[in-house]
Design a protein around this ligand. Sequence first.
Ligand code: FAD
Length: 389
Amino acid sequence: MNGIDQNATRRADFAVVGGGLVGRLVAWQLAGAGHRVELFERGDALGTQSAAWVAAAMLAPLAEAASAEPLVVGLGAASLEQWPRLIAQLPEPVFFQRNGTLVVWHGADRAEAPLFERRLRANSPADLLDGGFVKLAGAQLTQAEPALGARFAQGWLLPNEGQLDNRQALGALAAGLAARGVRTHWNTPVDATPESTRDARWIIDCRGLGGKPAWPALRGIRGEVARVHAPGIGLSRPVRLLHPRYPLYIAPKENDLYVIGATEVEGEDMSPVSVRSALELLSAAFAVHPGFGEARILELNSHCRPTLPDHRPAIVWDGARTVRVNGLYRHGFMIAPEVADSACRVAEALISGDVANADTFGDFRRAARWPELLHDGHAQRTAAAALSH
Ligand SMILES: Cc1cc2nc3c(=O)[nH]c(=O)nc-3n(C[C@H](O)[C@H](O)[C@H](O)COP(=O)(O)OP(=O)(O)OC[C@H]3O[C@@H](n4cnc5c(N)ncnc54)[C@H](O)[C@@H]3O)c2cc1C
């Protein structure tokens, strides 16, 4: 019929596999650009199977610069500007706050502070530091965060940083997918080789750690959090406690809900939180504010952060039908807007034919905003095979 391939008219342009944080964002944005999109998620619409469900969702590029490299810091700073615009387009409200991060330490651990500051400065662009890193002492600290009283002698306020409510964001994105006509397949795992199982024109693989069969270099870095209800404490922003063994963060959400986390453990252990971790986590929180002694534990939870060997996120085109977006490690919320935007640009370039082979991908990459994110998986495999001969 007029040369139109009937099958092609029925096919989705994109099958997004994995509906955690990145998959939802990518699917929602591609649908917003007018494409036919399907999304396959092994878990439910709430997102309970994702790392994003457990995350504290702090948007803290400067604080993270103490351990993250400049690419991630840059993605985080740019994404922080984007979140309010994205949230404003979602059909449900998402708690978003840009009231800074406070970094404190107990007197006995003061040796941690110069180390942290040195690393943070080394990885941060000057414009992020300018006005973004304020040293506080004594009464200044109490004034900045009255809830802490005079418990800490020194600290730093990173006033431009933010946070959001991870579960509200996942929920609002699910509603956004429905509003934009994305065909969602919840409770539908797609394993090993999604290419062979779906007939969409292109596949965007956003399975996080679940994508490991197709990307063996991925590994999990386990994190554990407590969610507590603690009325009367009144922290106004995320607080990070420097500590040689138990660095801690406490992220206050709406309605006196606090997400308390600390651990980074190598390994893909998805088992429940251990007693030792719970004791350490809650003791450290109690030392920051004794009011946590009366808090009610709503949940102890753990998940693994999807991590690549260089701890950087990556968008890999396989030279054919699949684009993989992964490795967001401990920065998923912090960098997701820019990573998803870059992935969508790759997807648009594929569908328009602007990217069709290694050369055109190379041109596209050179012109991209974040070229370091983009990888030609096919070319890399070919080069590796040539080297091994
Ligand atoms: C304890 C903890 C604290 C964190 N705190 C922060 C923070 O404060 N700030 C921040 O920026 N980041 C934080 N993160 C990191 C953030 O959660 C991750 O970087 C982010 O969730 C990664 O997004 P993703 O979409 O790649 O993976 P995920 O969110 O894990 O989503 C992947 C999805 O793919 C689905 N899936 C997997 N396999 C399959 C399959 N075979 N078929 C179909 N679907 C599949 C999964 O069910 C899941 O929904 C934290 C993470 C943890 C664990």
